[in-house]
Design a binder for this molecule. Sequence first.
Ligand SMILES: NC(=O)c1ccc[n+]([C@@H]2O[C@H](COP(=O)([O-])OP(=O)(O)OC[C@H]3O[C@@H](n4cnc5c(N)ncnc54)[C@H](OP(=O)(O)O)[C@@H]3O)[C@@H](O)[C@H]2O)c1
Length: 342
Amino acid sequence: MTYAPRQTRYDDMPYRRCGRSGLLLPAISLGLWHNFGHDTAHETKRAICRRAFDHGITHFDLANNYGPPPGSAEEAFAEILRTDFHGLRDQLIISSKAGYRMWDGPYGEMGSRKYLVASCDQSLKRLGLDYVDIFYSHRFDPDTPLEETMMALDQIVRSGRALYVGLSSYNSRRTREAHAILASLGTPCLIHQPSYSILNRWVETEGLKETLAELGIGSIAFTPLAQGILTKKYLNGIPESSRAAQGKSLDPATITPRALASVRQLNALAEARGQTLAQMALAWVLRDGGITTALIGASSPDQVTDCAGAVGNLEFTAEELAKIDSISEEKDINLWAKSSSD
Ligand SMILES: NC(=O)c1ccc[n+]([C@@H]2O[C@H](COP(=O)([O-])OP(=O)(O)OC[C@H]3O[C@@H](n4cnc5c(N)ncnc54)[C@H](OP(=O)(O)O)[C@@H]3O)[C@@H](O)[C@H]2O)c1
């Protein structure tokens, strides 16, 4: 069936300025890390993307290795661009990244110019696009001079392969260094993509949030729902269809009775605010304007609708924030800590 985007899609979603740039991003963005590989029906992928766009979610985040197999999420999104989203390219912000292992041999990962430029070309081919809006260095590479990685990003912009560049999981010190190199090359650093949620607060303790505000870099917080822990999903056990049951990135061992006890209390607080737990978790990430957009994943269109509803209430009282702090213990769930420790 032909897809006609909802006419009122831009009415409810706030669009927030990404750092000191001209680019506005929706408060909620959709990532295609999971549920866009060959293990998911194409109809489900289409339905999730259409629902997102109908809610004013204009930003779709990819990476070279999203799948499985790696590359297949970009191919699936290309199909959606060719069909449902045909004619909508200029209403979309599409990102991709390179940093993790993508192909065999010494040139298939990390931060060399050789890898980043070749990977960007491969992503564009898979996506069927002339350019992506944002291209990221997916992780910090301690063995490649930062100048080389940033020169590769600058080259990617100057050659027309991307409009803007970003960093993912770089710590404050490396972000400052990268920002300075990019500024000297004349390609500003648009955005930083760190993990961040009620249960994973390294961007606060490490000072990254302040660094980004000072440098005028926008931010897109990934895994804001702690891969689903910050929803009602696991309150009565681990559902068969859930990410924790799939043997992928969410270790069921992290869903302990103690963790669930605090999720139950968070859920009660969300209900008292008139929100679902997922909505409150997203509102918390967006609460003080320090984060430009919350980058969710979804396995169904209804999850997207639930998450998009977070923007209905982004305000917290001081008491609510203190309560969230007192009942949520930080968990060892930051799988990306290595990149920000170098
Ligand atoms: N830069 C990086 O290194 C990096 C790393 C990881 C992720 N990312 C980006 O961040 C994006 C989001 O990551 P994520 O998928 O882990 O984020 P997330 O939003 O924390 O978790 C998404 C999962 O939570 C569950 N969920 C979502 N909405 C729900 C709702 N309303 N009710 C109940 N359950 C709900 C679903 O789990 P089920 O599948 O179990 O239903 C969904 O797959 C990725 O797609 C990717 O673009 C970037």
